[in-house]
Design a protein around this ligand. Sequence first.
Ligand code: EPZ
Length: 439
Amino acid sequence: MDKLVVEGGRPLSGTVKVSGAKNAALPLMAASILCGGPLILENLPRLGDLKTMGLLLRHMGGEVDPFWEKPESPAGDSGPDSPLSGPGPVSLDMSSLRLPEAPHELVKTMRASALVLGPLLARFGRARVALPGGCAIGVRPIDMHLKALKEMGTEFDLSGGDIVATAPKGGLRGAEIRFDTVSVTGTENIMMAAALARGRTIISNAAREPEITDTGEALIRMGADIEGLGTDEIVVNGRDSLHGASHRVMPDRIECGTLMAALALAGGRIRLEGAPLECLKAVTEKFAAAGLKVDSEGSVMDLERAEERLRPVDVTTLPYPGFPTDMQAQFMAMMTLASGASIITETIFENRFMHVAELRRLGADITLEGRSAVVKGVAALSGAPLTASDLRASACLLLAALAAGGKSQIHRVYHLDRGYDRLDGKLNLLGARIKRMRA
Ligand code: EPZ
């Protein structure tokens, strides 16, 4: 297992490119199950969860280019493998799929494996998927996915911790689905299932995240008939089959926000290329309120920390287009050094404050009150050994360590590598001093 050794107190400067979005790439890779020919994806980021999804699709008998296997080049090199570049077009051909199942050893490392359930049922009429366990940030059930698929005619058995799902003889039936609460992968799973179902499916109280829109646009390129992308009502008219297509994965708005938070904490001035500005309004607003100077033109964002100290800003996480829960930990790291108190409220997950105890080890002053954290800004943080608990917590600790005096060590870095495309390499390109070592 790796650890990161971070030397704090160094301002950032320079330019990096934002990678493709993990949370668009995951449903897009699952969508390859639906089409009879290869789906070609461009701008895939190189990160752990996508390797897991690739191995899962191969396990089923599909052919997936091993985009995750490119050798690492020394950070700073602008060659084809530098942290600045992606792996090029990747072909996913599921026409030879013969084993519609997602085994526990793969699902347990990545809950998003549940995204293959809808496509497998739609294309093959059956699926065996290990019930995803919880994770650090919450129980994270998939009850709403299963309820919706049931309304489309699916029968379920639970056997040995696996969901054994069977679609009706003639295939899934279109249905009127209403989600009790907004669910991102729930919306994606049903949208993909509905693409090959018989008749019309109406998804009400649908999630509106841009990654859902990106997936829907790819499905339309594959021949699907979908309306209402980006709204809370998505209508899908099922087709008999879908064909292969090419699609460029949208940029990762959470990686972009994370790099913004790194600048806010370390200080300096950086340029982010390929930033999905349209999808970051709620985030950019809060960063500007905290005192960050944000200039943007097209997909280029110039960022500078204008004042010595950040201003305190309250944040409540909400479904899109509200402030994203996946940016909560990173923003909290920023607020630990603000010139006053801020309240950060997490409304999406019940246990997404695992980073608080670790931030306190750096000297942060944070009090938890139910779903809210009261963060009182301190004058300085000082380096310490830290342990990552989940993906965005690990990013939060890395960012805080950039601003802390002295050295910090971050253990269990595999959490970071699951969801970021060489984030440490990118930060080093911007002048940070982060060393990756065997723990
Ligand atoms: C997606 O998770 C993202 N993952 C998460 O990103 C993100 O935090 C989350 O959406 C919220 O935006 C991917 O897209 C792969 P939900 P998802 O279903 O779909 C409850 C990251 O860091 N719920 O929108 O699993 C659930 O427990 C990850 O990149 C049910 O109760 O989240 C949560 O409280 C972390 N039953 C709330 O709804 C269900 O059947 C929203 O969850 C489904 C969800």
